[in-house]
Structures are given as structure tokens and as C-alpha cells.
Unconditional design. Structure first.
Length: 240
């Protein structure tokens, strides 16, 4: 159980980088529905446990996993295309924020740099945040891409999106905090050097080590109490 004695509470970040799906926006259910619809398009059904396996995975990698899970690798491109098409339609019809997301983002806005690091296409992230009234609070949106110099920004669990977000915020990775709901995203942030708040029940075993702190939701009293104590210009400090 998380308590106010948690050692991370002795530290404050100089920037916060949020995941989007399942963290700021309640769109993980849309991905689940989109996967189910894409499977049905081809007369297929997701195997047991596939939803957890696919959580937080870039949609192109998810399309490949979908094809491999039903032993039809030749459908990778078609399943990927169908997955993204269904997801875009669903999220456009029903953009909903996660509990506490609006309040937390607004409370931090203007006090320190905020960014989003997502595996979703940029148009999905930008559109979802705009419709939720949150886009203006974020200085940077980072998604997998190829930079002007040809350098790739690879999807999670590669560290690229989080490392890039911290750099754009003007802070070193160890001075930034990531907020994530998926183990894939937490691995990305930790590999980039950020400290991590994990959303959801603390898992058993080694998976618990993916996050420095686990909270059940963005409106958790322990999270709000900690973030509320941060000075407008974070002065830092060491975790004891």
C-alpha cells in the first residue's frame, strides 16, 4: 500500500511526461473494441489473454501480434489497417478522459513543463487532447516518427519517446517523471532514465519494479498531495 512515507515523495521533478491511452484518455477500451472488430472483419477471434499482451503496444506491432496470434502472418498488413481504422472511428465518437486527468493536468500546467509520450499516431493524440480541452497544457507531443535528419523515434518499449520528451522539455531524463498505465510504457520510461508513477493495482513479482510508485488513479489522494507540494520551479532533491 502506498503511504505518505514513500521515499519518492522526498523528490520533485522538473518536468512531467504523461502517456495518453489509458493514462490521460480512456481509450484503451477503444483499442480492445477495435482489435475485436478487426479480428471479426476476417472471421477471426482473439485468443485468450491477448488484450493484456497487446496493451500499450504500438498499433503496427499490435497488427503483427494479432496476425501471429491466429497463425496468419500473411494478414499482418490488413489487420493493422483495419485496427487503426476502427480505432480512429471509435475514439472520434467517444473521447473520454480518465478519472482525475483533467484536474491533475490543470493543477500542474504552468508550474513545470508538461509533455505527452504516446505510441498512438499524432493525429489521434492531438485530436483526443484537443477535444478533452487538454492540448494547450502540453508543450510537446512525442510519438514514434522519423526526424528531419532521418533519426527514428522508436515506439515503446524503446526509450526514444520518453527520452525525446524530456529533452524537448529542457531537462535531463533523471529530472523528469513519467506517468504510465502499461508495463510496456513503464519499461520505455525507465530505459530512458525517468522515474515512473504506475497507474493501477500494484502487480505481483518483478512487474512491480516497472514503477517507482504505484497509485490506483490520477485522483488518488497520495498523488495529489505529492504533486500539490511541488514548487512552481521544482528545486529537486534526492530520493533517500
Amino acid at each position: 500500500m502506498t503511504t505518505t512515507a514513500h521515499p519518492l515523495f522526498n523528490w520533485s521533478p522538473d518536468a512531467v511526461v504523461f502517456d495518453c491511452d489509458g493514462t490521460l484518455m480512456d481509450s484503451e477500451r477503444h483499442w480492445q473494441d477495435a482489435r475485436a472488430q478487426a479480428f471479426r472483419d476476417f472471421g477471426l477471434r482473439a485468443p485468450a489473454g491477448f488484450a493484456e499482451q497487446a496493451k500499450g503496444v504500438h498499433y503496427a506491432d499490435c497488427g503483427r501480434l494479432m496476425a501471429e496470434s491466429v497463425h496468419k502472418p500473411e494478414l499482418t498488413a490488413d489487420l493493422t489497417t483495419a485496427l487503426l481504422r476502427h480505432f480512429l472511428a471509435l475514439v472520434a465518437d467517444d473521447p473520454v478522459t480518465m478519472p482525475g486527468a483533467v484536474e491533475l493536468v490543470r493543477s500542474l500546467s504552468g508550474r513545470l513543463p508538461l509533455a505527452v509520450a504516446s505510441n498512438c499516431p499524432s493525429e489521434v493524440v492531438e485530436g483526443s487532447l484537443e477535444r478533452a480541452g487538454l492540448r494547450g497544457h502540453f508543450e510537446h507531443i512525442v510519438v514514434p516518427s522519423t526526424g528531419p535528419d532521418g533519426t527514428p523515434v522508436r515506439p515503446k518499449p524503446w526509450p526514444d519517446v520518453y527520452a525525446t520528451a524530456a529533452r524537448l522539455c529542457g531537462v535531463s531524463p533523471e529530472r523528469a517523471l513519467a506517468v504510465e498505465d502499461s508495463l510496456t510504457g513503464m519499461e520505455s520510461a525507465r530505459r530512458a532514465g525517468l522515474r515512473v508513477v504506475g497507474l493501477g493495482p500494484r502487480p505481483d513479482g518483478d512487474q512491480a519494479e516497472h514503477a517507482d510508485l504505484w497509485v490506483p488513479a490520477l485522483h488518488s489522494p497520495e498523488l495529489l498531495g505529492w504533486t500539490g507540494s511541488w514548487a512552481p520551479a521544482a528545486s529537486g532533491g534526492d530520493v533517500e
